[in-house]
Write a protein that binds this ligand. Structure first.
Ligand SMILES: O=C(O)CCC(=O)C(=O)O
Ligand SMILES: [Fe+2]
Length: 303
């Protein structure tokens, strides 16, 4: 049973004064898996299901409207199906904490007031959760501060056009997420997501309504001086149903470089990565087509 394998973190317990045990679990999950489910988070399930409804409506818009969702940073806008991932398409919104960006996105897609409002509420709640999670991850490493405030966040709304003919084929190729952390609202009915464990085996992630999945990305690996795992994952077509997911990425610092805090560097743990900006790193991943964390080799201190 897959659900047994992915660690589960209770957000409510984490926020309690005596949350030491949960913090330890969080650190272990981040180091061993780079992936965990969160339960008892503050996002109302009604908001999650309303957002999913709105997202489906947006993905059902005609192609010429979806094409208006243009890039703000490299690769942040609409992605049509390609030869590599023919079953996959995505809409994107950068930066979800900016009301101007939300307005532009909504106008480009001609969204209704209700759709706009739902996206705004969801963006606000997810952003708050991402910052909370960042604070807890820092705390789990013995660092207490709001290190991740002001880091931009991006939405990616994914649709997988699975049919009976495509069962067994790939929805999205193996990759790591480039940023610090991802909060994924996966499809509540349709499975297909698989994460790689430390031994290199893929573990299926079963749908679990009302919970959210967290993945740590390449920036988390660099920021933690190699301690956190940037989890490799992919989506496989396992059933002939449309699959929809909402990924919210807390990317990296806007202008400053990604660097491990000095507390995480000592003679036993020398600095593993050179400072780099998130934007440089994102471009590097795109230009090298190295999507599964391999691009980190170019920013290693001792290549
Ligand atoms: O659709 C999913 O469950 C995963 C999507 C994903 O990995 C991503 O958007 O980076
Ligand atoms: Fe991903």
């Amino acid at each position: 049973m897959e659900g047994k394998c992915i660690p589960v973190i209770d957000m409510q317990k984490l926020e309690e004064d005596d949350g030491e045990q949960q913090l330890k679990r969080l650190r272990e999950a981040s180091e061993e898996w780079g992936c965990f489910r969160i339960v008892n988070h503050k996002i109302p399930s009604s908001l999650m299901s309303e957002m999913k409804k709105v997202v489906r409506e947006m993905l059902d818009l005609p192609m010429e409207i979806k094409m208006r969702n243009t890039d703000v940073i490299a690769g942040s806008g609409y992605m049509a199906p390609t030869q590599v991932n023919p079953l996959y398409e995505a809409l994107g919104l950068y930066d979800l904490a900016s009301s101007q960006s939300l307005r532009t996105f909504s106008s480009q897609l001609d969204l209704s007031p209700h759709q706009r409002e739902t996206i705004e509420m969801y963006a606000e709640a997810i952003h708050e959760l991402a910052i909370d999670l960042g604070r807890m991850l820092a705390k789990s490493m013995g660092l207490a501060s709001d290190l991740f405030k002001g880091w931009p966040c991006q939405f990616r709304i994914n649709k997988y056009n699975f049919t009976p003919e495509t069962v067994g084929s790939s929805g999205v190729q193996i990759h790591t997420d480039s940023g610090f952390l991802t909060i994924l609202q996966d499809d509540e009915n349709v499975g297909g997501l698989e994460v790689m464990d430390k031994s290199g085996a893929f573990v299926s992630v079963d749908p679990w309504v009302g919970t959210l999945l967290v993945n740590l990305g390449d920036v988390a690996k660099a920021w933690s001086n190699g301690r956190f795992c940037n989890v490799k994952h992919r989506v496989q077509c396992k059933e002939a149903c449309i699959r929809v997911s909402i990924a919210s990425f807390l990317l990296g610092p806007k202008e400053e470089a990604v660097e491990a805090p000095p507390e995480l560097v000592d003679s036993d743990n020398p600095r593993q990565f050179l400072p780099f900006t998130y934007e440089e790193y994102r471009k590097l991943r795109i230009s090298t087509k190295l999507q599964a964390g391999e691009a980190l080799q170019f920013v290693r201190s001792n290549p």
